[in-house]
Design a protein around this ligand. Sequence first.
Ligand code: FAD
Ligand code: NAD
Length: 479
Amino acid sequence: MTTKFDVVVIGGGPAGYHAAIRSAQLGQNTACIDKWINKDGVPSLGGTCLNVGCIPSKALLDTSQKFAEARDGFADIGIMTAGVKIDVPAMIGRKDQIVEGLTKGVAALLKSNGVKVFEGTAKLGAGRQIEFVGHDGKNETLTADNVVIATGSTPVAIPPCPLQGELIVDSTGALNFTSVPKRLGVIGAGVIGLELGSVWNRLGSEVVVLEALDEFLPMADRQVSKEAAKQFKKQGMDIRLGARVTGTDVKGKKVTVTYSDAEGEKSEIFDSLIVAVGRRPFTQDLLSGDCGVNLDERGFISVDDHCATDAPGVWAVGDVVRGPMLAHKGMEEGIMVVERIAGHLPVVNYDCVPSVIYTHPEVAWVGKTEQELKTAGDDYNVGSFPMSASGRAMAANDTAGMIKVLADAKTDRILGVHMVGAHVAELIAEAVIAMEFESSAEDVGLTMFAHPTLSEGFHEAALAVSGHAIHIANRKRKK
Ligand code: FAD
Ligand code: NAD
């Protein structure tokens, strides 16, 4: 028997479940197929993001930050604490509860919107025919006028570092340590390495991060990555650049990592090792040879600007297609696609995708970096504001970081905003809105910001583009 839908979404992560809910809202008879099984063996919607990504990592980042503040920072503000302790199983248990609540919430949202959920694995054949195998072993064939693939990504594995228990783990393992490793190695100073390295560093691990590239956070604005590196060093994170891992050797409860850098071959002994060297698109067992969907040379599903694949009526969104592997990018793509299916014409503005690293201080940016503008030969002005001059940051005893606005020299249109500091993950939304509305730096300067807030830092940086900032020495910065 074949069941027919208007839209079938394969994958119930952020890209897929947003597509499915919006599709149902638009009146389409919609199904969502997802195969995720959680660590208790139970089907769980929400994909990587809710189960082992964005949400659980932020739960641990928030707990560990509160712990580190209580231990190291409270005395500075007159709160005396002694003997502050971390209960790792309680912290992990709370994280699991948040994940359970949110994943069940997604199931409830899909149901209340009338989306039919299939728990199991989908394989796409010719003519948008889908072979579904349920977790209960039952087979079913589905067809649809439109199919949206949102099968996400999976961690990259590297031959020198095969995963092993709690000794060598990927990001998922690093969310579930049962105790604080005394010495923790992290391979990769990318977003995951910095976030999860920060969690365990705050809880007491001695963290060494081995990064193959010579440059720290090359995708960020250089001034911001320099400031972030300074702050992470202060926190005790030992980040070694130009360090390429060549092997691991497990003996008892220790892992020896060998790596080479400019000085030659070196080794370090750790109690645990996190491998965080990137993620790759996940299409395993998804596409039959005749389905008409093609992959690009890096294994991503090949799509056009509107996420249409090479097969008519088949679309692909989220981590499985080109572009940054970010939940919010996938969500917007999922919504764009089903709205286009319903006859609307939205687009995703890939120039305005915010990036955030949820360390402390946080790092956030949108648009072009100063080095990108220089390379392109674009003429621009810079305004920046140090958070040490913010009254609100001083009141909060959290003055690390800065905000920087880059604006076109002729039109004053904002081209990029770069932030490092407390709560900049929230502040960057203001910059994204400004850029979506094609604001000039002057527009932001003419906008009223509540006082005292950290947001005033963005206001001041925008004013500083033309030398009008009030709370910094009034010199117009030359690039
Ligand atoms: P996924 O979330 O990977 O979901 C894909 C779903 O499809 C999965 O449930 C999978 O089981 C299912 N599936 C795959 N194949 C099939 C099949 N054949 N049949 C049925 N189902 C299938 N991003 C952010 O924006 N902010 C963050 O703070 C952030 N933190 C992160 C922290 C960590 C530790 C990690 C690992 C990632 C983080 N990310 C973050 C990245 C984010 O998780 C991904 O960008 C996002 O989950 C991608 O969404 P997606 O829907 O494309 O894919
Ligand atoms: P990443 O690409 O951000 O960083 C991986 C790092 O590992 C790179 O700096 C790379 O040079 C380094 N590397 C690769 N091979 C190496 C080797 N052999 N030895 C040493 N270093 C090596 O990847 P990630 O940190 O694994 O994150 C994966 C994806 O998940 C990213 O695309 C990211 O966007 C997403 N994510 C986002 C967030 C967020 O938005 N806050 C959080 C976590 C993950």
